[in-house]
Design a protein around this ligand. Structure first.
Ligand SMILES: [Zn+2]
Ligand SMILES: [Zn+2]
Length: 244
């Protein structure tokens, strides 16, 4: 394959049938899941907490909040996720992030688009540290934000928020250690700060786990003048369920 001239390689790629992003089964269209994978995903929708969008088992009425939000109102204006974290959601995220399947950014963005707030002004991806960007070659959150920007016709800025320090994986840490680990990790590019002033910023990520990273990003975006920050991601580990 490597020795084919570029136009031939392109032709070969185009001739391949579309495949399910979850399992690789042949499907009718690009970005379309097979029935098994589709049924295996839990799409998040109301009834849910009016603040953080954690799904409720039953409708508690308009404006009802979960116990956590009622006890301590969060900084963000909502955490919106297309699906609950599970096998298919994880596979797609891993293939995008480590398998180099960058087209999956479009796949997940299509599912996330329905949750884009109507008054969103600016999409900002959770940044990677430059070393990680260098070794991976791309930031999956920035690819998703770029696709979403195109689908939703909203501006995006992958440079306004920067990760100035690399962090160890947060998975094994408790919540206080996580908050400590991400403190001082993010910074705003002073030359782009004006882009944030008074805007409804949507922070875009692939997987939302503990919330430590998005909380640190939200805090600095608000401090830099953003009016509101809503978090929008592909998949979310729901409270009480283990991620990995
Ligand atoms: Zn499938
Ligand atoms: Zn809540």
């Amino acid at each position: 394959m490597r020795r084919l001239a570029a136009p031939l390689r392109l032709a070969a790629d185009l001739a391949l049938p579309p495949r399910c992003p979850g399992c690789g089964a042949v499907t009718s269209d690009d970005h379309r899941f097979c029935v098994v994978c589709w049924d295996g995903m839990r799409f998040l929708a109301p009834p849910w907490c009016a603040t953080c969008h954690v799904p409720f088992a039953y409708d508690r009425g308009p404006g009802a909040c979960c116990a956590a939000c009622a006890a301590k109102p969060p900084r963000h204006a909502g955490i919106r996720a297309a699906v609950a974290y599970g096998d298919v959601a994880r596979t797609v995220a891993l293939r995008l992030k480590y398998g180099g399947r960058t087209a999956f950014a479009e796949t997940v963005a299509r599912q996330m688009a329905r949750l884009l707030p109507d008054d969103a002004d600016l999409l900002v991806p959770v940044p990677l540290h430059r070393w990680r960007l260098w070794s991976r070659g791309f930031n999956q959150a920035a690819l998703i934000a770029a696709s979403l920007a195109r689908i939703g016709n909203v501006s995006h800025d992958p440079f306004v928020l920067r990760r100035v320090r690399a962090t160890a994986p947060l998975r094994a840490m408790g919540s206080r250690a996580r908050a400590r680990a991400v403190s001082g990790v993010f910074a705003i590019d002073p030359a782009r700060r004006e882009n944030l002033r008074g805007r409804h910023v949507v922070l875009v990520d692939d997987i939302h786990t503990s919330g430590a990273t998005s909380d640190a990003c939200t805090r600095i975006l608000l401090r830099a003048g953003a009016a509101r920050v809503t978090i929008l991601c592909w998949a979310r580990v729901l409270p009480g369920e283990a991620g990995d």
